[in-house]
Design a protein around this ligand. Structure first.
Ligand SMILES: NC(=O)c1ccc[n+]([C@@H]2O[C@H](COP(=O)([O-])OP(=O)(O)OC[C@H]3O[C@@H](n4cnc5c(N)ncnc54)[C@H](O)[C@@H]3O)[C@@H](O)[C@H]2O)c1
Length: 263
C-alpha cells in the first residue's frame, strides 16, 4: 500500500447513512463499508434497510428523519453501537408523489416533502455534530440534486434541493473550524430501478406541453455522458469527500451529473 491508497482507507471511522434501504443511499453505504468504515443505515422502510445492511455487512435501524426526537435517539444509538459518529450522509429524500406541477401540489405534499428533505437534514446534522466535535473530526455529505439548479421536478423538490446547497455553505462556515467538513453532492439522472436503464439516443421525445417534463426529457436526451448515472457514480464521489482525499474541501457543491449542468 502506498500513501495514495491509504487516503481512501476509512478503517476506524463510523458513518450514518439516512434513507439507506435502497438506491443511492444503499450504494454509498456499500462503498463506505468497502473502504473499511463501520456503517449504520437508517430508513423508514425497516425490512428493506435490514436486508440491505445484512447484504453489505452494515448495521440497520428504523428512522423517520422528519421526527426530531427519533433523530436524536438514532444518532445516540449509532454512537452506542459503533463507538463514534464521524461521517453523516444526509441522503433520505422524497420526490415522486410529493412534487410536480404547481396546481397539483397539495398542502400535505408540500409539508411532507419539506419536513423530510430539509427538516430531516437539519435534525440529523444538529444531532450528529456534537459527537463529531467530541472527536475533533467529522464529515457531512448532503445529497442535493442538479434539479436544485435547473428546474425539472417541481417547486417543492427543486426548491428543497436548492436550499440544501445554501445550507451546506452556511454549515461549512460554522463547522469547518471544528474540523467538520460539510459538502453537497448534486446527482444528475441516476437510474435507481432494478431494471436496465433505457438507452440515451439523442432523440428528444415529443413535447408534452408541460415545461418541467419537457425540460427534463430534453436534457436527458442530450446528456453529454450519453448514459444514465448509476448509484455507484454518486457513491464514489461520497467516498472522495468522506475520506482523506477531501481533507481541505468544505462548502462545495459537487455535481455528479454526466455533464447535465453544462447544458
Ligand atoms: N435518483 C436520482 O436520479 C437522484 C438525482 C438527484 C438527487 N437524488 C437524491 O438522492 C437521494 C436518494 O435518492 P434515490 O433516488 O436513491 O431515492 P429512493 O427513493 O430510491 O430512496 C430513498 C430512500 O429514502 C427513504 N426515505 C423516504 N422518506 C424517509 C424518511 N422520512 N426517513 C428516512 N428515510 C426515508 C426511502 O424509504 C428510500 O429507501 C434523495 O435525496 C434524492 O432526492 C436522486
Amino acid at each position: 500500500m502506498n500513501e495514495a491508497t491509504t487516503w481512501i482507507d476509512l478503517t476506524g471511522k463510523s458513518a450514518h447513512v439516512t434513507g439507506g434501504a435502497r438506491g443511492i443511499g444503499a450504494e454509498i453505504a456499500r462503498v463506505l463499508t468497502m473502504a473499511g468504515a463501520d456503517v449504520m443505515l437508517s430508513d423508514v422502510n425497516i425490512d428493506g434497510v435490514r436486508a440491505t445492511a445484512d447484504e453489505i455487512g452494515a448495521s440497520a435501524m428504523a428512522l423517520d428523519v422528519s421526527d426530531p426526537n427519533a433523530v436524536e435517539a438514532a444518532m445516540r444509538e449509532t454512537v452506542e453501537q459503533l463507538g463514534s459518529l464521524d461521517i453523516l450522509v444526509n441522503n433520505a429524500g422524497l420526490v415522486t408523489g410529493y412534487s410536480g406541477a404547481l396546481a397539483d401540489i397539495t398542502n400535505d405534499m408540500w409539508d411532507k416533502l419539506w419536513s423530510v428533505n430539509i427538516g430531516g437534514l437539519f435534525y440529523c446534522t444538529r444531532a450528529a455534530v456534537p459527537y463529531m466535535k467530541e472527536n475533533g473530526w467529522g464529515r457531512i455529505i448532503n445529497i442535493s440534486s442538479t434539479l436544485g439548479k435547473t428546474p425539472g421536478a417541481g417547486v417543492t423538490y427543486d426548491g428543497s434541493k436548492a436550499a440544501i446547497s445554501q445550507m451546506t455553505r452556511t454549515l461549512a462556515l460554522e463547522l469547518t473550524r471544528h474540523n467538520i467538513n460539510v459538502n453537497a453532492l448534486a446527482p444528475g439522472p441516476i437510474w435507481v430501478q432494478d431494471t436496465e436503464p433505457p438507452e440515451i439516443t439523442g432523440q428528444i421525445p415529443p413535447a408534452t406541453g408541460h415545461p418541467l417534463a419537457d425540460n427534463t426529457a430534453s436534457r436527458i436526451a442530450r446528456l453529454p455522458a450519453g448514459r444514465w448515472g448509476q448509484p455507484k457514480d454518486v457513491a464514489k464521489a461520497a467516498l472522495f469527500l468522506a475520506s482523506e482525499l477531501g481533507d481541505f474541501i468544505s462548502g462545495a457543491y459537487l455535481p455528479v451529473d454526466g455533464g447535465w449542468l453544462t447544458l
